[in-house]
Write a protein that binds this ligand. Structure first.
Ligand code: HEC
Ligand code: HEC
Ligand code: HEC
Ligand code: HEC
Ligand code: HEC
Ligand code: HEC
Length: 448
């Protein structure tokens, strides 16, 4: 039907060209145009509005159906053509099915019962509120030709880590280069100074080689006790400075940002999609550790999120890269996405631990998150903006102690503290109490 309309349309357009070429009277042209218009509107009326269809589909059907993939219900791309070809069912059948599929099954309709069985008796919602035009629109949307995604295939980077390594490497090389240049210039300057001094000396008739040989220069230096002292002090200070710097950064991993086995973006989850930190790190509230969520938690959402939206891909990570990472999650939990079931073959994901205190220090999340009411971000930084998590705070003893000195304990409406607050505020003669005054500086609180 549709095809013949289209060819008619084409024929008409061709005819129109001929008409113009032959310079026939305007009237005929006008009649032709009206004809065309009438045809095209009648076609689109039957074809439906794909934009409206898309929003209806997303609102009513997308929870169970995708266009190109089996989910709770069958894939619906070109469903009308498919049912017409394979089952000889027409649009009337589809109207009835979509408005009340249970009624169709009960009525004993052969195909309705067949597909119902195929889907293990999963009931499709009835949509009596949809008009025939609504359904026309939905079907037009499902009949739309699939657009090829304009994305370039998997230009995946090996994670930000390696990218940054390159960046750091470059800047390190730049610094080293600059330093080398500086030294070269200094050396050059020294040579020049040396040369001019020699020339002056020679002009005055001195034999430079004899007067200031290497040995005598060294002897002159050794004899000058003041110079020796200054040099010694300078050397000591410099080495002390470097040694101190070196020892202070042992065990301090601020900025540590390892590449994880699955590229998991906190920016996409906690930022763009607003998933609460405690949805995944649920034990932060009640126990010592925050913990990393088990993969089952991921599958609460990822059974139906098998790819990211087109707009999620960005300059650093393409959509294809992100989709690949979701595939890794499926591999790890043993989820067969095509058939929507678990295969039972699981591979544990070994997340690389980022924050890690030495064993002799005791830190408790619930004490800080639940009792003190401190936001995760105070200690972990803007995690919801991090594509890859890195260690934000130094996690040194000084860092813990500073905050204990400065932070007032929230005693208001905190039954746990009413009594102790009364006693301690009397003792210190102040209204507010810091964690330090509560005993947060005692070695034993943090050291076993
Ligand atoms: C609650 C889940 C659910 C929703 C919502 C849903 N469907 Fe279905 N649909 C199914 C299931 C399951 C089947 C398979 C038959 C069965 O088990 O009843 C199905 C079958 C179909 C079929 C038959 C497909 C075929 O290949 O035979 C069509 C057409 C269809 N649905 C259209 C729609 C449309 C259009 C909407 C939205 C207006 C919609 N469905 C909403 C679950 C759903
Ligand atoms: C959808 C689940 C999910 C949500 C929501 C989530 N995280 Fe995570 N988080 C993870 C996973 C998985 C890891 C381990 C992989 C990694 O380090 O990127 C992790 C790692 C971390 C780490 C590093 C742990 C270590 O090894 O030291 C911190 C800190 C963290 N999350 C804080 C947060 C904060 C703060 C929020 C809220 C803004 C948050 N997370 C929201 C799943 C989640
Ligand atoms: C509350 C729902 C939810 C949970 C739980 C969840 N995700 Fe996601 N995930 C999403 C959404 C939403 C997207 C982005 C979809 C989009 O952009 O179109 C996403 C995207 C992704 C992506 C691609 C982008 C990226 O971050 O690299 C991966 C990989 C991913 N999730 C892995 C995980 C893992 C691993 C877990 C468990 C630790 C998890 N997800 C838990 C909802 C969730
Ligand atoms: C007072 C500072 C502080 C606050 C607030 C805080 N953390 Fe932590 N977090 C730490 C320290 C310190 C570590 C390292 C602990 C260790 O190695 O024993 C850590 C470790 C982690 C880890 C690694 C795994 C683990 O449990 O050791 C995750 C995940 C984490 N934090 C998530 C969170 C989340 C989510 C919140 C908010 C609900 C939060 N943190 C609030 C300081 C804090
Ligand atoms: C952002 C501020 C902050 C940082 C950083 C911080 N703390 Fe605390 N901490 C508090 C507050 C506030 C309390 C008081 C909580 C309460 O009991 O009401 C507290 C309480 C404690 C307590 C219990 C003290 C007591 O009197 O029972 C321990 C132990 C502790 N912190 C250890 C640490 C360690 C170890 C670190 C560093 C790894 C650390 N804290 C970092 C704010 C902080
Ligand atoms: C608020 C918690 C807290 C309190 C109170 C505390 N420490 Fe520490 N201390 C730490 C943490 C955390 C580290 C680990 C720092 C690191 O890894 O850089 C540490 C490390 C140390 C170290 C190892 C050296 C170093 O800097 O890494 C020594 C020694 C030490 N503490 C002694 C003490 C003594 C003595 C006291 C009592 C006067 C004390 N600490 C009180 C949290 C605390």
């Amino acid at each position: 039907m549709k095809k013949s309309y289209q060819s008619l349309e084409v024929n008409l357009t061709n005819n129109m060209k001929q008409v113009i070429h032959r310079k026939l009277s305007n009237d005929i042209l006008r009649i032709g145009l009206i004809f065309l218009l009438a045809f095209s509107t009648s076609i689109s009326a039957q074809d439906g509005d794909t934009a409206k269809g898309k929003s209806l589909f997303n609102a009513n059907c997308a929870s169970c159906h995708k266009l190109d993939k089996k989910m709770t219900g069958p894939a619906l791309r070109n469903v009308e053509a498919r049912l017409a070809d394979e089952q000889g069912l027409d649009r009337e059948w589809l109207y009835k099915w979509i408005k009340n599929s249970a009624g169709m099954i009960k009525s004993g309709d052969a195909y309705a019962n067949k597909i119902y069985k195929e889907y293990n008796g999963t009931a499709m919602t009835a949509f009596p509120q949809l008009s025939n035009t609504d359904i026309d629109n939905i079907l037009a949307y499902t009949a739309e030709v699939k657009k090829e995604s304009p994305n370039t295939p998997a230009v995946s980077k090996g994670g930000v880590g390696s990218g940054d390594d390159n960046g750091n490497g470059l800047s390190n090389k730049l610094i080293l280069g600059a330093l080398a240049l500086l030294f070269a210039l200094l050396a050059g300057a020294l040579v020049l100074v040396n040369k001019t001094l020699r020339r002056f000396a020679e002009e005055k008739g001195l034999d430079v080689a004899k007067e200031v040989g290497r040995k005598s220069l060294w002897q002159a230096f050794v004899k000058n006790q003041f110079l020796v002292l200054v040099t010694a002090i300078f050397m000591l200070l410099a080495s002390g400075y470097f040694a101190y710097g070196y020892f202070m950064q042992i065990g301090v991993n601020q900025g540590y940002e390892p590449v994880q086995p699955i590229h998991f973006s906190h920016k996409i989850h906690a930022g763009d999609n607003g998933v609460d930190c405690k949805y995944c790190h649920s034990s932060a509230r009640v126990s010592k550790t925050s913990g990393i969520p088990s993969l089952n938690v991921c599958m609460n959402c990822h059974k139906s999120i098998y790819e990211v939206a087109e707009s999620t891909g960005n300059a650093d990570y393409s959509k294809a890269f992100y989709d690949g990472e979701i595939k890794k999650l499926y591999d790890a939990v043993g989820w067969d996405d095509a058939n929507q079931k678990y295969t039972g073959e699981t591979k544990p994901v070994k997340w690389v631990r980022i924050h890690n205190l030495p064993d002799f220090a005791y830190f408790n999340h619930s004490q800080h998150v639940s009792v003190a009411g401190i936001e995760c971000q105070t200690c972990h930084g803007p995690v919801e903006e991090m594509e890859v998590v890195y260690q934000h705070a130094p996690l040194t003893m000084g860092w813990c102690i500073n905050c204990h000195r400065e932070t007032n304990v929230k005693v208001k409406d905190n039954a746990y503290y009413e009594k102790i607050h009364e006693q301690l505020s009397k003792k210190y003669g102040v209204e507010k109490l810091t964690a330090a005054q509560m005993g947060g500086l005692e070695c034993g609180k943090c050291h076993y």
